[in-house]
Every structure is written in structure tokens, then in C-alpha cells.
Design a protein around this ligand. Structure first.
Ligand SMILES: [Zn+2]
Length: 92
């Protein structure tokens, strides 16, 4: 059996990504406006990534799901319905 020749791949040097925190601040007159929510776990200065349905913290992994008020109501109604239902007695 011939030995497989190992081709050494050139090491890929990752370019360091500079933080773009400064983009999340906007100056309005004398005040600073933050365009992203800051993480409640990590505190100020750590911004959460905005997704369609959630906000996520890249540092600690904390996620906040954006639930529409309509769907929230539906969920509560469903919960109430299930709570009102009497438990089914086990029959042997
Ligand atoms: Zn966090």
C-alpha cells in the first residue's frame, strides 16, 4: 500500500474582526442613544444581537424571544384551558 501523500495546507490566518460597538451608539444632541438592547446578564456595554424573533447575547448566550402580544394571549388562553380541564382519572 502506498502511503498517502499528505499535502500540507497553508495555515489560514484569520483576520481579526474589530468590534463595531461604536455603530450601536448614536448621538442625539447631548444624549447618546443605544440602538441595541444591552444584555441584562452582562450589563451595560454588551449589546445583544437582533434577530427576527429574538435578541441574543453573544457573550453569555442569553436570549430573549420576541413574542407578539397576540400570540402571547393565545398561549395564556391555552394554558387556562388546560388548567380548567379536570384531570383524567386512570381507569384500569
Ligand atoms: Zn450576556
Amino acid at each position: 500500500m502506498a502511503k498517502k501523500e499528505r499535502i500540507r495546507k497553508e495555515k489560514k490566518v484569520k483576520e481579526r474582526v474589530k468590534t463595531k460597538k461604536h455603530n450601536y451608539y448614536k448621538v442625539e444632541g447631548d444624549n447618546i442613544k443605544r440602538e441595541r438592547k444591552s444584555c441584562p446578564k452582562c450589563g451595560g456595554g454588551v449589546f445583544m444581537a437582533q434577530h427576527k424573533s429574538r435578541n441574543a447575547c453573544g457573550k453569555c448566550g442569553y436570549t430573549e424571544h420576541n413574542v407578539k402580544p397576540e400570540t402571547k394571549k393565545e398561549v395564556q388562553e391555552v394554558k387556562q384551558e388546560t388548567a380548567e380541564k379536570p384531570k383524567e382519572e386512570k381507569t384500569q
